[in-house]
Design a protein around this ligand. Sequence first.
Ligand code: AMP
Length: 462
Amino acid sequence: MKDSALPQFLALGLAAPITRALADEQYTHPTPIQAQTIPQALAARDIIGIAQTGTGKTAAFALPILHRLAAAPRRCEPRRCRVLVLSPTRELSAQIVESFTTYGRYLSPRVALAIGGVSLNQQIRALVGGVDILVATPGRLLDLIQQRALGLDGVEIFVLDEADRMLDMGFIHDIRKIVAKLPRQRQTLFFSATMPREIADLAAQMLRDPVKVAVTPAATTVERIAQRVIHVERAGKPALLAELLRRETIDRVLVFTRTKRGADKVVRALAKGGLAAEAIHGNKSQNQRERVLTAFRTGRVRTLVATDIAARGIDVEGISHVINYDLPNVPESYVHRIGRTARAGADGVAISFCDAEERPFLRDIEKLIRMTIPATDHRGGRRTQPTPQAQHARGHSPRRNGHNGHNGHKAEPARHAPQPNGAAARASRKAQVTNGGDIGAIAFMRAPRRPGTPQPERRAPR
Ligand code: AMP
C-alpha cells in the first residue's frame, strides 16, 4: 500500500516514515480517538483522553510522539529519556513498546522497557546511553531512579496511560512521586477509560490547559457486545463453565475470577473434566505469564483464566468470548472485562454467571451500562428461556446513533460459518474497523445487530 492510500493520516500531518509504517499495518483511517488526539498532540497541547483499550488509543499518543521526536532529533543523554510512558501493567507496557517499534520502524527510535519481574541490571544497562522513549510501570521506574540508573530531568513528553487502573492498583502515590521529578516544562498526555473524581483531580494537577478528547464513554461500549447473564448457584458454576466451553463455538475465551486462588481452582476443575486451561495472575512469574500469553495468542491454549489486574492490557486478537465466572464488585470492571472481546472490530460474546450473593453487583452493572442484560436461569437444574432482548434499565434512553438500545442478539449464539484464518481475515477485520471514519462513532465496535438479523460470521473452533 502506498502513502497515498492514507490521505486521512497524511491530513493529520504525520510524517511520511510514519504513514508508511501505518500502510504496512493496513491502517487506512484514523480511529476517532486518533483523529481527535493527533492534531492536538502535534501542536504540543496537553491532552486528557477518555478512551478504553480497543479504541486505538496507543497509536493516538505513539504516532504524534514519534513525529515530534523525528521533527526535533537530538542525541540521547546518558541515563535520560525524552519520552516517558507510564502504564499500570507489564503486559500493557510491553505492548506499548511493540507499538512504538512497529509505528517507528522507519525512524528507529531508541525504545526501552522498564517493568518488574525481570532483571533490573539488564534495564540499567539499556539506559546507560539514554533512550528516546521509555515505557515503564511505576514501581520499577522508581527503583531505577533510586539506583541512579535514570533521571527524569530530560523528559519532554510524559504519557500516563490507564490512569483509572493505576488508581485501582494503588499506584497513585508512586505516580505523584514520579510527576514531582519531571520538568515543569513538558507536554503531558493523560489517558483513562473512566474519569472518577480522584482521576479528574490528578489530571487537574498534572496538566496545563488540556484539550479534552472523549470517544468511548464506558457505558455505551457494551451495547455492541452480545451479553447474557446466567443465574446459577455458586456450587453449580464449575459444571456450567465446562458445559459452556463444550457447547459454545469459541475461538478464544477469557474467563474472569475475582481472586487468584479462584483462577487456579477453575483451571483445576476444568482439568478434571478434561478441558485444558491456563491461569494468569499476579502470583505468576513474568516468564510464566509470558509463556501462557504466547500459548493463548498462538491458539495453543484456548481458555485463559484471569483476574482483573492480570487481564488488564492483554491485547490478544480474536477473543471471541469473555466469561465472568465471578461478577466484579466494581461495575466499571465489568466494562473493562467485556471490552477484551469485540476488539478491533471483531464480534464478541460476554456471558456472566450470577449467584445469589452477586445479585447486587449485577444491579450495579446494569445501572452503569443502562441496560438489562438478557438472563437465563440455571439454578437447581432449571433452564429458562432468556428475556427476549436487553431492556434499558431505569428507563434511560439510549445515547447513540438513534439505535434502540437493544442488543437484539439471540441468547444462544448460532454456530457460525467458518471464516478464513490468517492475514486475509485480519485484513478484513481491520477494514471493517476503519471504514466508519465518523468522529462521533465508537471505533472498533461493530454496528449493533437488529433482532432477527443473522449473527456475523466467526471462525470455526480449532
Ligand atoms: P489500543 O486501543 O491501542 O489497544 O488498540 C487496539 C487495536 O487496534 C490494536 O491491535 C491496534 O493495532 C489496532 N489499531 C490501532 N489503530 C488502528 C487503525 N487506525 N486502524 C486499524 N487498526 C488500528
